[in-house]
Structures are given as C-alpha cells and as structure tokens.
Design a protein around this ligand. Structure first.
Ligand code: PLP
Length: 401
C-alpha cells in the first residue's frame, strides 16, 4: 500500500522534498505505475532526465553488459566506455575535452573552478568573479547555490561563496555593466528551467558571446536541463548560433543514471592539470556505457526530428488552451521543454492532473512545466490536453488560491 510506504519513508528520509503521496514501482516508455496499480503518463520524466523513456531496453542491455564486464575502476586508470563517451561528446559538440562527475551541481562546480583557475594560471589573481542571471538555477552545493539567482535557494545557508554578481536574464546592457576586469566568467542557461521555462533571446545570447570574447571572459552554458535533445537539438546552443567556452551536462545524459559532465575548449580545459580536480565515481564504466548508448539512440533514431515535430504540436495545442482559458497568461518554451504561465498558483492543477493519471510539474509556483520523454506520442499529448481543459476551469472559480 502507498500509505504504509509513505509512513515508513517519512520516519527515515530527510524531508527536503514536498513529495506527492504516491510510490512508484515500475516504468516503461512514458508510463509509470504505482504500488496500487495506478497508471500515469509521465510529463515530468524525472525532471527532464528520462529523455528516452523508462526502462529503455537498449540502455538496460548496455548497462547490464558493462556491469557484467567491469563495474568500476579508479580514474587513476583508463577505461574504455569513458573514452568512447568522451569521444562521442566531443564529436557532437564545440568542445575538445570532457571532465566526468556525478551530477549537475558537480559539473557546474567543475566549470566554476576551471574558469577561476584559468585566470590564476595567467597571474590574474584578482579575476575570479562570475556573472549569473536572476532566476537562474545551477545547483545546491555551496558554489552552485551561490551562482543561483534565487533567494530561496540560498536562504539559511549564508555566508555563501563570494564572487557572484547577478543581472536580469536577457538584458545585455545590465550584463555589459556587470562584466568588469574582475570577471572570469558569465554563466547562463540557454533556457531557464527551474526559473520558469524562460527562453534566452537569440539576440541576447549572441551578444553575450560577443561581449565575453571582447572582454576575454569565459562563457559557461549550463545545459544540464536543456542538453541531450530536450529542446530539439542535441544542445540548446545550436539553436542560437553561438558556442560557449565551457558547457555543463547532467540530467538526461544517463537517462536516469547519475552522471555529470563538464565540456570545454582546449584553451580553457588546459587549466585542469593532474591533481587539480577529481571525482571518485566520475565517468565510471557502467554509467558511461549507458550514457554512450543514450547518445547513440538519440543519434540513430531521428529522435531530435521527432522532438521538434512533437514539441511544435504540443505547443500549438497548449496555445489552443490559452484561447479558451483566461487563467493562462503565456505558453513558452522550445522542443519538449514547455511551460504554461498561469495567473494563479498551479499546484491544484498538478494535483488534479495526477488524480487523472498525468504527471506534470509546476515551477516558480505558477508555471506548469512539461518535460516528457522525447518519445511521447501525439495521442498521449492529446490526452493531457483534454485533462488540462477539464481541470483548468477550477482555477477560474473566485477565491481559489
Ligand atoms: C537540475 C539542474 C542543476 C542541478 O543538477 P543536480 O544534478 O540536481 O545537481 C543545475 N543546473 C540546471 C540548469 C538544472 O536544471
């Protein structure tokens, strides 16, 4: 029974999450089942993690094969899946070198350390500040929460790490003013995820690139949520015709297995010399074998084209809803990273969808976020749209929230 598990969980698991009262037991493709046989279509996908759906047989096979061959060796030695995954990431991106770790926050930690170390190595000892965006999200470790432009993430943990300055997203003039001779890097999510599915303007991102080049500042793209096909390109920066110096990945790279990666151009990456940074589990054979399979599947099965097409269809259907429901203020996003901003708190909509067998997410209190597996079908989208059409009117009722 769900309730027994929930009671046990609440006794022993730190309550850092406000969890929904459901215990998931099994998943396949875009469907999840709970311990009571309840069935759900998953528009959360582990928050943009399971891009190829749950229990993908190819990934299970790649993982099992590697687990049966070599599970783990220290990074004091080489291992084949790590090399192959790095080669694939380099082949598919702007980068020349990869550092592997276990999560998004760690990938951003690596990026922040690398940016600072570059200027230290050049003798520019005062140049360690980083400019980040308001409403950004970069993680929960000390450096990454310090880089996060949301008060609620930092509150209670001060003093935070020194050296982060914040400017409004998509405001090039404020950014120009904030980048000084003490700035080593600018960090941007091409599309803010936790910040409410807010897209970077193509023009803004182009100008950020130009500014960073002119000022000799490193440009870090946090593609932890946008990467690995989520926006319809393998990496979101490909939409905008600009390349960063450093990029971070995690979430969908392992389709649910813990892996993070920091990618960089050689000029930047050279500052990481033996002994300067490390991770025990980073790039371990089992996980990198699975991640390599993820990239091969995305490359081989027209997933990106499908994601573009399905994303456009989904967005159009959400826009149709907007015509009918005044509580919807805006529909935004790209590929299968879509958001619907409401004029009211979205939590009751999330609950009502869940009761009807659809998992969706709400961020920033009033932005419904849709990040399903990239293999979601038009029919599954239609079913969710019908559900939203039914439940949204309850928000219109006076006095609700
Ligand atoms: C999720 C996320 C992170 C943090 O990743 P963790 O694996 O939870 O540490 C960082 N940046 C962005 C943009 C994210 O979406």
């Amino acid at each position: 029974m769900n309730t027994d598990y929930i009671k046990r969980a609440n006794q022993v698991i730190a309550s850092t999450y406000k969890r929904f009262p459901v215990v998931f037991e099994r998943g396949r493709g875009c469907t999840l089942w709970d311990t009571e046989g309840g069935e759900y279509t998953d528009f959360v996908a582990g928050i943009a993690v399971c891009n190829l759906g749950h229990a993908s047989p190819e990934i299970v096979r790649a993982l099992s094969r590697q687990a049966d061959t070599l599970f783990h060796v220290s990074n004091l030695f080489y291992s084949i899946p790590q090399i192959e995954l790095a080669e694939k990431l380099i082949e598919k991106s702007f980068a020349d070198k990869v550092f592997f770790c276990n999560s998004g926050a760690e990938a951003n930690e690596a990026a922040i350390k690398l940016a600072r170390k570059n200027f230290f190595d050049r003798g520019e000892y005062d140049r360690w500040r980083i400019v980040a965006m308001d409403q950004s999200f970069h993680g929960r470790t000390f450096a990454t929460l310090s880089a996060t432009g949301q008060k609620k993430v930092r509150e209670g943990f001060e003093p935070i790490l020194e050296g982060f300055d914040f400017v409004p997203f998509n405001d090039i003039e404020k950014l120009e003013a904030a980048v000084t001779d003490k700035t080593c890097a600018v960090i941007v999510e091409p599309v803010q995820g936790e910040g409410g599915v807010r897209c970077g303007d193509a023009n803004f991102l182009k100008q950020v690139r130009k500014l960073c080049t002119e000022k000799g500042v490193m440009l870090i793209f946090d593609e932890i949520q946008t990467g690995i096909g989520r926006t319809g390109k393998l990496f979101a920066y490909e939409h905008f015709g600009v390349e960063p110096d450093i990029m971070t990945l995690a979430k969908a790279l392992g389709n649910g297995l813990p892996i993070g990666a920091m990618l960089a151009k050689d000029e930047a990456a050279l500052a990481f010399t033996p002994g300067t940074h490390a991770s025990t589990f980073g790039g371990t054979p089992v996980i990198t074998a699975a991640a390599l399979e993820v990239l091969k599947l995305i490359e081989g099965e027209n997933i990106l084209e499908y994601c573009n097409r399905t994303g456009r269809y989904f967005k159009d259907r959400l826009l149709e809803l907007k015509e009918k429901h005044p509580v919807i203020e805006e529909v935004r996003g790209i590929g299968l990273m879509l958001g619907m901003k409401l004029s009211k708190n979205g939590a009751p909509v999330v609950d009502a969808c869940m009761e009807r067998g659809f998992l969706i997410n709400c961020t920033q209190e009033n932005v419904l976020r849709f990040v399903p597996p990239l293999v979601i079908s038009a029919e599954e989208i239609d079913n969710l749209i019908q559900c939203l059409d039914t439940v949204l009117p309850m928000l219109e009722k006076e006095g609700y929230c």
